[in-house]
Design a protein. Structure first.
Length: 322
């Protein structure tokens, strides 16, 4: 970014750029699906659902701040970057300020999570602390996950499986609260709907991971020069593209599994309506590597995640009224 371009960006806009609100669908999608499964299981509770979203959104923004800060100070972001502007690397905000914002955001996530811990007990405490620690460790710490080929696994687990199942779990725990503290902690674990929540988390995990896959395909050449060993760097474009298609295949098979193997009503097949968007973005990912094409593709995968989650949520919600 040129000095003149930097000068044209206000401080408020720079902070918005650092927070990257366009990534919030990745925080909202698992909460939508987890809450829809809670509706399906007749354990929906609005306050735990709302606080699950607040916590997920704060962890997402905190992770964005962490990525901005650590990628800059470790040299992974350069002037040749094809992706969206990073405020630390471009000099829009001082590194120490971004680091402080990261710490404050994660602290707010922990504070907001105290209610969920009160409702869900030790499992939620462990999940929350691991989520925050992993958000920092994604690009920071002595063994950054994103620099050592573990970023995809991190996103799959924490922004997919953990987020969806955790959202369902705290609502099921709240519903069981009338049976006493022990039941509050253990009843959701014994609920067969928990298995459905886990299966429903897999498409969200897969499409969330594909956001990272597109990012890594776009940045492969720069990452290989700066020592960021993503799976795309380690195994090449072919592997990353195969991973992208495999993740989408998983996303669209799971609704069928739920209907055939778990007798969930066919309304949960609603996400299949998003297949045209998935096919369109796949065509781009399979044929292009430059930021000019993959930056819009990255946004479209985010749109796909949001659309899939809404359709899946509607599908689960309709099972109770049809």
């Amino acid at each position: 970014m040129t000095d003149s371009a930097t000068a044209d960006i206000s401080r408020t806009k720079a902070w918005v750029m650092a927070a990257r609100p366009q990534t919030l669908p990745a925080a909202a999608a698992p909460v939508i699906v987890g809450t829809a499964v809670a509706l399906y299981g007749d354990v929906f509770r609005p306050l735990p659902a709302l606080m699950a979203f607040v916590g997920a959104a704060l962890i997402q923004v905190g992770t964005n701040f962490a990525n901005d800060y650590y990628d800059a100070i470790q040299g992974a972001d350069t002037d040749d970057r094809q992706g969206f502007t990073r405020v630390t690397q471009s000099g829009l905000i001082e590194p120490e300020e971004v680091k402080q914002a990261m710490a404050l955001t994660f602290a707010l996530a922990i504070v907001s999570g105290t209610y969920l811990v009160w409702v869900g007990g030790v499992p939620i405490l462990v999940i929350g602390l691991l989520s925050v620690a992993s958000g920092v460790a994604y690009t920071g710490g002595p063994y950054p996950l994103g620099y050592n080929g573990l970023g995809d696994l991190f996103v799959f687990v924490f922004f997919g499986v953990v987020a969806v199942v955790g959202t369902y779990y705290v609502q099921a725990a709240a519903a069981a609260a009338s049976y006493g503290p022990l039941a509050t902690g253990l009843a959701p674990m014994a609920d067969t709907t928990l298995t459905i929540a886990f299966l429903a988390s897999l498409p969200i995990a897969a499409i969330s991971t594909n956001i990272l896959v597109v990012n890594n395909v776009r940045d492969k050449e720069e990452d290989s020069q700066t020592g960021k060993t993503t799976l795309a760097v380690r195994f090449g474009y072919g592997f990353a593209r195969t991973e992208f298609v495999a993740m989408l295949a998983l996303a669209y098979v799971i609704p069928l599994v739920l209907v055939v193997a778990y007798d969930v009503p066919a309304t949960v097949l609603a996400p299949l309506l998003s297949l045209p968007l998935a096919a369109s973005v796949t065509q781009t990912v399979l044929s292009r590597t430059e930021g000019e094409a993959l930056n819009p593709a990255l946004e479209r995968v985010g749109q796909l995640l949001a659309l899939y989650a809404v359709l899946f949520g509607i599908g689960f919600a309709l099972t109770g009224v049809l």
